[in-house]
Design a protein around this ligand. Structure first.
Ligand SMILES: Nc1nc2c(ncn2[C@@H]2O[C@H](COP(=O)(O)OP(=O)(O)O)[C@@H](O)[C@H]2O)c(=O)[nH]1
Ligand SMILES: [Mg+2]
Length: 304
């Protein structure tokens, strides 16, 4: 399956939801008026863009309609598409893991898909010929390291793990040393999404961050926050909490295949001002895709 087909497929539920609502606005419509904009606003809100962003989109649309003197509903559809693309395009530099090693710290609450996404990332990078080392720094549950080991096997990555209950920062320390010694291209660190309390968790992440900065001072570092798209606007609340801790540099938005409200991508990237780097569209190893705003919106507007 090609890249575009795969996004389309992953967005099936959202496309059906959003697509149907959109068709409802456009079908049989002959003139462009305020009524139509009201209906479009509802569609955006129902697709989980959030009230504020939806208003902003409609405001821009109203402006364009006026400037270009648009009177054909179909043209409005095209303009809406462009505005949504604009909402997703940030001036962020492309993701470049250009040092050897580079390091990716993966954080986020329990169950959002951190470990699975790390497995898929590893698969992606190994497929590109990179040497990948995973650090099992979720030592809170024994099953976590086990799950990561399975992903290491599946993807052809190496893994550094300690016993359950070990100090996560010590795992990361060892992984940094091993990564340097073995000439890894990318080190990816899994973390716990829950400790005894939230302050604990944030302290732990800060400690891990410090270890990486000290041990791999010259390495390119990314901190990926993983967010579950099926939790809709709640995902945003979580994201803000985590984004407050040191340097989240990218978002991985998982489970887009499981929601009809994929519009949350726009809310997330717009409101956090952090680029969405990858989207998860399934549970298999090849179900993590680099996020491309234009293809995403094009896929969303495909009619079949
Ligand atoms: N459908 C779907 N399921 C996913 C995706 N990403 C993760 N999952 C599932 O979400 C569940 C929790 O994932 P896990 O990686 O253990 O979450 P963690 O606690 O953040 O490490 C697992 O059952 C995964 O298979 C995705 O993109 N699509
Ligand atoms: Mg996990």
């Amino acid at each position: 399956m090609g890249f575009f087909e795969k996004i389309k497929n992953g967005l099936k539920k959202t496309r059906e939801g959003f697509g149907n609502l959109l068709s409802g606005v456009f079908s049989g419509r002959t003139k462009v008026d305020e009524n139509m904009l009201e209906e479009l606003l509802d569609v955006l809100i129902m697709s989980d863009l959030g009230g504020e962003i939806s208003e902003e989109v409609i405001e821009q649309l109203r402006e364009v309609i006026r400037e270009k003197k648009i009177s054909e509903p179909e043209e409005v559809r095209l303009e809406l598409k462009e505005i949504l693309k604009g909402m997703l395009n940030c001036d962020c530099p492309p993701l470049e893991l250009d040092t050897k090693p580079s390091v990716i710290l993966v954080i986020g609450v329990n169950g959002v898909g951190k470990t699975t996404s790390i497995g898929k990332l590893a698969y992606n990078y190994v497929s590109e010929g990179k040497k990948v080392l995973l650090a099992a720094a979720d030592t809170f549950r024994a099953a976590a390291a086990e799950q990561l080991s399975i992903w290491a096997d599946r993807s052809g990555a190496q893994i550094v793990r300690h016993a359950e209950g070990a100090d996560p920062a010590a795992v990361v320390f060892d992984a940094c040393a091993a990564g340097k010694a073995r000439g890894a291209d990318v080190i990816i660190c899994d973390t716990a999404g829950r400790l005894h309390n939230k302050a604990n968790l944030m302290n732990e992440l800060a400690k891990i961050n410090k270890v990486i900065d000290r041990e791999l001072t010259d390495a390119h570092k990314e901190v990926f926050l993983v967010i579950d798209a099926t939790t809709g606007q709640n995902a945003l609340i979580q994201a803000r909490e985590f984004a407050k801790t040191a340097g989240v540099s990218g978002i991985v938005l998982t489970k887009l295949d499981g929601t009809a409200k994929g519009g949350v991508v726009i809310a997330v990237s717009r409101q956090l001002g952090i680029p969405v780097r990858y989207i998860g569209v399934g549970e298999q190893k090849d179900d993590l895709m680099p996020f491309d705003p234009d293809s995403f919106i094009d896929a969303l507007f495909e009619r079949n």
